[in-house]
Design a protein around this ligand. Structure first.
Ligand code: PLP
Length: 396
């Protein structure tokens, strides 16, 4: 056993009894390389993070330039730091007029926490609503709106007054009432195993939130930044959120989260009490510089449109009697086997074949496809042939 592997097992806290434990020494584009030089084609981008692939030179350059200027200076919100300001401005230019105030934090869960607090503060209400099979993070507020008992049971008590709706089920709209501060929803449920929203359902959610004075929060932590074929996934639909939550891709490979809202709503966090939400490292200058560099590339190269072209290639090539369905949109896809044992064998064989994929928190019969948006056609071919070989090897 290599000494790194031993130290990993001895000293790093584990999140499960069976971590992937793949050692990676370097990564470039869609490939990651082990210490023995073995290459792994990355089909999941660190779970929808590195949308330009690994070690994109434009992001690395931005990080180096910022590192030469300064690292952390002061807690979020006090000093004027150009990476934060420039990134917030560019994000705002690409968002509707009702989403112009960006609060940078460090992670997705923290952004969700911020959104939940903001909704409580703005509405003066404490109840909230979310969806079955939704994942919004692992901190206690975010965990309270997670739609599955298995992950929550041992951590109770969590926040009271949370209602859970079935996704795409109009009958459950009545669970949103004039006591509900916010409804948190993904425009495509990722960890449910990639379940697309019915556009009419999203419209109905918007209407119901308007009727009840509930803030509508879109969690675009997985769906933002081009993956669904739009710069932000909600642009595929008519409905706008009151609060938008971003993370993962937002930092271009560095840790960064944000919740975004209107001037009026966001201003509630700055008085009664002042410092209603604070963070030391939120909007770290290196993270903002990296995220800004990546976002500029996404916009210039229109990578969101490319995601839709690449989706077609995956769909053409992922044909096999064992594949029940390829579902999803753009480059957030699930390959369904309808069988958990088969799925686990495919993931293990894919890893042996040099292909990284995984499954979903609430769906262990399908694998994830969420590669870099700039994956080349040849790389898609390589990925699909490694995957089809893994499927063949998994049939017993
Ligand atoms: N929301 C969604 C939809 C997610 O997929 C995740 C993470 O997987 C989160 C929130 C939490 O983000 P983080 O892991 O950065 O806390």
């Amino acid at each position: 056993m290599s000494s790194n592997r031993q130290a990993f097992l001895n000293y790093l806290a584990s999140t499960s009894d069976s971590p992937m434990s793949i050692e990676i020494e370097s990564a470039k584009g869609v490939f990651m390389y082990g210490p023995d030089g073995k290459d792994y084609l990355d089909l999941i981008s660190g779970v929808s993070v590195s949308y330009l692939g690994h070690s994109d030179p434009r992001i690395i350059e931005a990080v180096k330039i910022q590192a030469d200027k300064h690292l952390h200076l002061m807690v979020y919100g006090e000093f004027i730091q150009s990476p934060q300001v420039n990134y917030a401005e560019l994000l705002a230019k690409n968002l509707p007029p009702s989403l112009q105030r960006i609060y940078f934090v460090n992670s997705g869960a923290e952004a969700v926490e911020g959104a939940m607090k903001l909704a409580k503060r703005f509405t003066g209400r404490s109840e909230m609503a979310a969806f079955h099979n939704a994942y919004h993070g692992s901190t206690q507020g975010a965990l309270s709106i997670l739609g599955g008992e298995y992950y929550k049971r041992e951590f109770r008590p969590l926040l009271p007054g949370i209602s859970f709706l079935r996704y795409n089920c109009l009958d459950d709209l009545s669970l949103i009432t004039n006591k509900t501060a916010c409804l948190v929803v993904e425009v495509l449920q990722a960890e449910a195993g990639v379940v697309s929203v019915d556009p009419e359902f999203l419209t109905a959610l918007r209407q119901r939130c308007d009727e009840t004075g509930t803030l509508l929060v879109f969690d675009e932590i997985q769906t933002g930044f081009g993956r669904l074929g739009e710069v932000f996934g909600f642009r595929k639909y008519g409905a706008l959120p009151d609060i938008l939550v971003l993370a993962k891709s937002l930092g271009g490979g560095m840790p960064l989260g944000a919740f975004v809202s209107s001037d009026i709503i966001m201003s509630e966090l700055s008085h009664h009490p002042a410092l209603g939400h604070i963070t030391t490292f939120g909007g770290h200058p290196i993270s903002c510089a990296a995220g800004l560099a990546a976002f500029n590339v996404l916009l210039e190269e229109k990578l969101h449109l490319r995601a839709l072209e690449i989706e077609k290639l995956f769909r053409q090539q992922l044909v096999h009697p064992v594949i029940r369905e390829v579902r999803g949109c753009g480059l957030l896809l699930a390959v369904e086997f309808g069988n958990s044992e088969m799925m686990h064998r495919v993931v293990a064989n894919a890893t042996r074949n040099g292909l990284i994929t995984d499954w979903f928190l609430f769906c262990d019969t399908a694998i994830r496809i969420s590669p870099a948006l700039n994956i080349s056609e040849n790389e898609v071919k390589t990925a699909c042939s490694r995957l089809i070989a893994a499927i063949d090897q998994s049939i017993i």
